[in-house]
Ligand binder design. Structure first.
Ligand SMILES: C[S@@+](CC[C@H](N)C(=O)[O-])C[C@H]1O[C@@H](n2cnc3c(N)ncnc32)[C@H](O)[C@@H]1O
Length: 365
């Protein structure tokens, strides 16, 4: 078999495998196998998971031939299945920031939502409305849970401004999470720093509603939510100099008008205030991404979601892989002069752009 034929065989196998793993992840079958923590028969797994043994047997066939799950035999000669702990740590919800299982859902979900719309837009160059992705906010919340739960408070925030941000958060400052989605990060921060006040901004009303409901349920009283188009913020006097720290996790590249949004960030920051922009670690040219370990995956997510969403409303259509060079240039165009770019120790997918608002910002905007 030629090298390329081998590569094509792998592609077909792994594409199919991703889909099957997404189903297993959604139904928490990996989690169930981890909890069982021993080789089990199909019937035992069916009993523990609540799923039908015939479907489970087919699914296990995929997992065994792909060497995700080990196939063994018990003393009676019956086939048993075992999820090795070193695999479980990447596939179960307990894996926290190591959980890669959650990402298996991304391509199947985007395919189900938007395959037809994106295929059509491919010809016309149009955007695809956010409403075409009805399950996407829920998925982002799940991703945020996996990403932020163990990392945000204990590892990320302490690195910001050499630890000075956490000291100020403990004393009490005004914080905004822009493009906050379901408010996972906002509510975690609000709970960890009760002396500070937190505002989540997003233009997705249902996400905002759910973030506020989660805060209420958790008894968090220092987090509020605002439904607002980020591209209009720079025109709103009432939002001028409102915050000392603004963060935007994975939210700027989806914007149709990212320059206006970044101008809005400067408008909302008090002079000298800090902005953390968290964006995918990539370079702006595909030629410089040849060694990117997740290049094809991330460009595909971008093709299926970030690019079409960012093209709406005659948008810029940055795409998720807009990369460091374009990101830095846009931050400078918006008016940031002090920009520090650093990798994130516990999040190899992303880069942290820490920007300080000019001291004159509140006077000139
Ligand atoms: C990829 S999601 C990230 C959500 C969240 N920050 C996270 O890390 O889970 C991008 C978010 O930006 C929001 N968004 C997109 N365009 C927006 C706009 N013009 N104004 C406000 N929010 C916007 C979306 O509704 C979505 O919640």
């Amino acid at each position: 078999m030629s090298q390329f034929a081998k590569k094509m065989t792998e592609i077909l196998n792994h594409g199919a495998l991703n889909l099957a793993m997404a189903m297993g992840y959604k139904h928490q079958i990996f989690d169930t196998l981890e909890e069982l923590n021993k080789p089990v028969t199909v019937s035992e797994l069916a009993l523990a998971s609540g799923f039908h043994p015939r479907y489970l047997k087919e699914w296990l066939g995929i997992m065994v031939t792909a060497q995700i799950i080990d196939l063994c035999k018990d003393q009676k000669g019956e086939e048993t299945y075992f999820l090795p702990p070193e695999h479980a740590s990447f596939l179960t919800r307990k894996g926290g920031s190591m959980n890669m299982g959650v990402y298996t859902q991304e391509i199947p979900l985007l395919t189900a939502c938007a395959m037809d719309s994106v295929t059509q837009a491919f010809r016309t160059g149009d955007g695809v409305p956010f409403s075409r992705y009805p399950e996407f906010q829920g998925f982002m919340a799940e991703l945020s849970d996996a990403k932020h739960e163990k990392v945000l408070i204990d590892h990320f925030l302490p690195t910001v401004d050499q630890g000075q941000l956490c000291a100020r958060l403990s004393q009490g400052i005004r914080v905004c999470d822009l493009g906050c989605g379901h408010g996972v990060a906002l509510n975690l921060m609000a709970r960890a720093f009760p002396n500070s006040s937190f505002v989540g901004i997003d233009n997705h009303h249902e996400a905002i509603r759910q973030g506020a409901a989660a805060a209420r349920e958790a008894g968090i009283d220092n987090a509020t939510y605002l439904a607002q188009d980020a591209a209009d913020i720079h025109r709103k006097d009432e939002l001028s100099s409102r915050f000392d720290y603004i963060c935007a996790f994975d939210a700027i590249h989806d914007q149709s008008h990212p320059l206006d949004v970044l101008k809005g960030v400067i408008h909302m920051l008090a002079p000298g205030g800090l902005f953390s922009m968290i964006e995918i670690q990539a370079r702006s040219s595909p030629a410089d991404n040849m060694d990117h370990p997740m290049g094809p995956f991330l460009y595909t997510v971008s093709l299926m979601h970030c690019l079409p969403v960012g093209l709406n409303d005659n948008g810029a259509g940055l795409g998720m892989m807009w990369g460091q060079e374009k990101a830095e240039a846009l931050l400078r165009d918006a008016g940031f002069e002090e920009i520090e770019i650093s990798p994130m120790e516990h999040d190899p997918f992303n880069l942290h752009y820490l920007c300080r608002a000019p001291l004159r910002s509140a006077l000139t905007m």
